[in-house]
Design a binder for this molecule. Sequence first.
Ligand code: PRP
Length: 214
Amino acid sequence: MNGITLALSKGRIFEETLPLLAAAGITPTDNPETSRKLIIGTNRPDVRLVIVRATDTPTYVQYGAADMGIAGKDTLIEHGGAGLYQPLDLNIAKCRLCVAVRKDFDYAAAVKRGARIRVATKYVKAAREHFAAKGMHVDLIKLYGSMELAPLVGLADAIVDLVSTGNTLKANNLIEVEDIMPISSRLVVNQASLKLKRELIQPVLEAFAGAIKP
Ligand code: PRP
């Protein structure tokens, strides 16, 4: 494609990217929440959007199937970031990565006595690094969603998951015991695209940078 392709995921990232796109003079012609289309045009003939799973955004950009994308820091850590230029923290889709347990599980005591605990998570890499830095031995169990269920049915002692309002933890009688890191979404750019399509990408990058809210 001669123009540029931007990879986005549905939901919070798409919604919170709309004002940034507007600042760059870009308006999508369809809404992915209501349309089943995976390639969405914009008011600009040289800019199109592709709608992908959040965890797949770095992969599309890494291989150049999309020139740019917007991905959460959580997703970027798990992907590893190979082939990606990460020029901007857009400060959108903010939340935090946490360790949570059942209310009746004494996490502090388990840590103190050096217990080997089972941790369920979608964020295996971030979790492994976190517990290794604490010198804790954990058995990680990879899940793809609904992590909050794992401690309730005995699959794990703890979870590592994203927390935004805290409502999901509360509704499932879980409590946050450790804050691992703040999360927000970043603009990622394919390194070859940045060189070959700089005249198209640079103005978008500058418009996004100027529209970032603190
Ligand atoms: C995320 C996360 C929690 C929830 C936290 O899930 O995994 O389950 O949001 O939000 P809260 O603190 O405001 O309740 P999401 O809805 O993105 O779905 P997922 O489990 O498929 O990742």
